[in-house]
Design a protein. Structure first.
Length: 249
């Protein structure tokens, strides 16, 4: 009896933690309320009306409590963004994938048949949501992410513009963005950029809201509190939202 009680308690705690982890933020749009759900590292979800979008479901990211995806966005070929097993686990027969060409070339035939390929600068509209592929890359001599291989994305959902950086440094194309309502900006050395470069980029394009995400690097988690301090020292009107992208950390 004690063992059964302990097991039930453990299951309840696990379910509660998952629910807390996947509790989303709500943003009003012309299409109704948009729920933004941080999940893990680069994985997140957007739900508006009857449409759900997953970004970079990878590494066993837990989307419990979130509707199955109508659209899956993939930013890059690296395993923390592109994971065939995770895609197969969460997709439905109606799910479409929006991917860069480099990812499309690695998809098995069944998934490739469901893929819409966007190169940097390309656009598509799915379920009334406009999707634009934005460059993401490193600027050094030996880049881990080469220009043109992967995509960041700007989504227009009910008149709100949402930007996913993917794996990138604070590139000119990011700094030139306009009218971004919500941004998700990476910061993890040596793969992308440090918090100072991320803050500098954010202060250049001035989103209304910014989430630091994808901030686990070679030496652990980046200091997102420092990022918040730097952004708000430069512009107190930018809302920096710190969320738990690394359950158990």
């Amino acid at each position: 009896m004690k063992f059964k009680l302990f097991t039930l308690c453990a299951l309840f705690v696990a379910a509660t933690l998952t629910a807390q982890q996947n509790k989303g933020d709500v943003l009003p749009t012309a299409k109704g309320n948009l729920t933004i759900t941080p999940v893990q590292h680069a994985s997140l979800a957007f739900t508006v009306g009857n449409t759900t979008i997953y970004a970079d479901p990878a590494g066993g990211a837990d989307f419990s409590g979130v509707k199955a995806p109508d659209i899956i966005l993939i930013t890059d070929i690296h395993g923390d963004h592109f994971d065939t097993a995770s895609i197969i686990k969460v997709k439905t027969p109606k799910t479409i994938l929006v991917v860069p060409q480099a990812v499309a070339e690695l998809l098995p035939p069944a998934l490739k048949a469901k893929a819409v390929v966007l190169n940097n600068g390309d656009h598509t509209t799915r379920a009334g949501i406009a999707i634009t592929a934005i460059p993401m890359y490193n600027m050094g001599a030996n880049p881990r992410h080469t220009k043109g291989r992967g995509n960041g994305y700007v989504l227009n959902i009910g008149g709100k513009n949402l930007y996913l950086s993917g794996d990138t440094e604070g590139i000119p194309e990011m700094k030139a963005l306009k009218n971004i309502d919500v941004a998700f900006v990476c910061m993890n050395l040596p793969y992308t950029m440090d918090v100072k470069q991320a803050a500098e980029a954010v202060l250049a394009f001035k989103p209304k809201i910014v989430y630091p995400y994808h901030y686990r690097g070679q030496n652990g988690l980046s200091d997102v509190n420092q990022f918040k301090e730097l952004v708000n020292a430069g512009d107190k009107n930018i809302e920096v939202r710190l969320r738990n992208w690394y359950p158990g950390k």
